[in-house]
Design a protein around this ligand. Structure first.
Ligand SMILES: NC(=O)c1ccc[n+]([C@@H]2O[C@H](COP(=O)([O-])OP(=O)(O)OC[C@H]3O[C@@H](n4cnc5c(N)ncnc54)[C@H](OP(=O)(O)O)[C@@H]3O)[C@@H](O)[C@H]2O)c1
Length: 369
């Protein structure tokens, strides 16, 4: 899709991105109404349960929507939910044409929005090629949630050039510099949850705080701790609020006394997988999806990352690299796993490379994704 349609659809995606994580489990959606080459109304979905992007854009356009083109990053909904159906609103407004970034895989929509618009005599164009790919990228977590019933897993790492996240006894505090760490905290705000392994809680006692300028939205802190070895005094638990309990994923045979102590301290312990075995990463992602979380940022350590990589569930990597070499084989690797050959290595593609002070941020997606 090129020319004005491509430009206006790109604007709809920009608007959609403003929804951040606040729309979950709804998708981020942006829309605008264009008449005679001029924008007469625009809007985005701001929060789950609130008005949809199309309603904001049509309200702003008013009578000017008659005979205009509506651009929407996602297929408009044909059904009544907490909000009235967007298709009926578009028809009533007298829109002549719609351009849509992506068909909605949600079973309640699934092409019926497009079909209903066409039945009402409205011309519909569905994006293809790079415009459709950009719409998919914006909603990659929503697509995984609706198509696979899982939260999307993104791995975040701060590593030395030789791939270590801490020195051999875990005494190191920061691998990267100030601007990379600020960018790391900002990343948290994009996801509905953060997850760390028990080893990281024991070594660093992190609070996993959101950035101060966070725009808000549902957010859960999570730990994977098969044997429930984190202390009830962990700072992470002390910060838990009512209705925002820290989720601790454990094996079903974890010690019930430890479980009760963590629950008293504000955790919700979720037992998953086989007794004694590692908690299956896919089960964690299904549990998070069931709680309406679209995406989770997995902040390490290496053992936890290794489990998600081995399960083939790392959909995105945010890899901060410091210009330092540890050159110590006993240091902590960014991703621990079992011995393998290069042919069996995880392979990705660099989607973005950003310089942050002295450090780099590499963003990768799995090859072929
Ligand atoms: N630079 C960075 O980006 C960064 C980020 C995070 C951490 N770190 C550093 O990394 C070190 C900790 O890393 P780590 O690799 O040793 O530990 P980790 O990944 O934080 O925690 C590993 C432990 O968590 C539990 N666990 C993880 N996945 C599990 C699963 N699927 N099922 C059941 N239990 C699971 C296990 O506990 P049990 O063995 O008790 O079952 C496992 O031993 C610390 O030094 C920390 O400072 C650095």
């Amino acid at each position: 899709m090129t020319g004005p349609d491509g430009t206006w659809l790109a604007r709809a995606l920009e608007l959609a991105a403003r929804g951040g994580r606040a729309t979950a489990p709804n998708p981020r959606v942006g829309a605008l109404v264009v008449k005679d080459g001029r924008v007469v109304g625009e809007g985005w979905h701001r929060a789950c349960g609130g008005p949809h992007a199309e309603a904001f854009a049509l309200d702003a356009a008013g009578e000017a929507a008659r005979g205009a083109t509506l651009y929407s990053s996602l297929e408009p909904c044909p059904h009544e939910g907490r909000q009235p159906p967007c298709v009926a609103r578009i028809v009533r407004a007298g829109v002549a044409r719609t351009v849509i970034g992506l068909a909605d895989p949600d079973p309640k929509v699934a092409g019926e929005g497009i079909a209903a618009l066409r039945r009402a005599g409205i011309e519909v164009e569905l994006a293809a090629g790079p415009a459709a790919e950009a719409a998919e990228r914006l909603l990659d977590d929503y697509l995984v949630h609706r198509r696979q019933g899982r939260a999307l897993a993104a791995l975040k790492v701060a590593a030395t050039l030789d791939g270590f996240i801490a020195d051999r006894d875990g005494a190191s505090r920061w691998v990267t510099g100030e601007s990379a760490r600020t960018a790391g905290r900002a990343l948290r705000a994009r996801y509905g949850a953060i997850l760390v392994g028990a080893g990281t809680v024991l070594a660093d006692d992190p609070q996993l705080r959101l950035p101060e300028d966070d725009a808000g939205g549902p957010f859960r802190r999570c730990v994977v701790d098969g044997r429930l070895s984190i202390p009830a005094a962990a700072r992470l638990l002390a910060g838990a609020q009512d209705g925002d309990a820290v989720l601790v994923y454990a094996s079903p045979d974890a010690d019930p006394v430890r479980r009760a102590a963590l629950e008293r301290a504000g955790a919700e312990v979720v037992a998953l997988g086989p007794p004694g075995g590692p908690v299956p990463p896919a089960a964690i992602l299904r549990d998070l999806a069931g709680r309406g979380i679209l995406g989770v940022l997995i902040e390490g350590g290496g053992v936890t990352h290794g489990h998600f990589l081995a399960a083939g569930l790392a959909a995105r990597l945010h890899w901060f690299v410091a210009p330092r070499l540890l050159a110590d084989p006993a240091a902590r690797p960014a991703a621990a796993g079992s011995p393998r050959r290069l042919e069996g290595a995880w392979e990705g593609a660099f989607a973005e490379v950003t310089r942050l002070g002295e450090d780099l941020l590499l963003t990768l997606t799995p090859r072929g994704a």
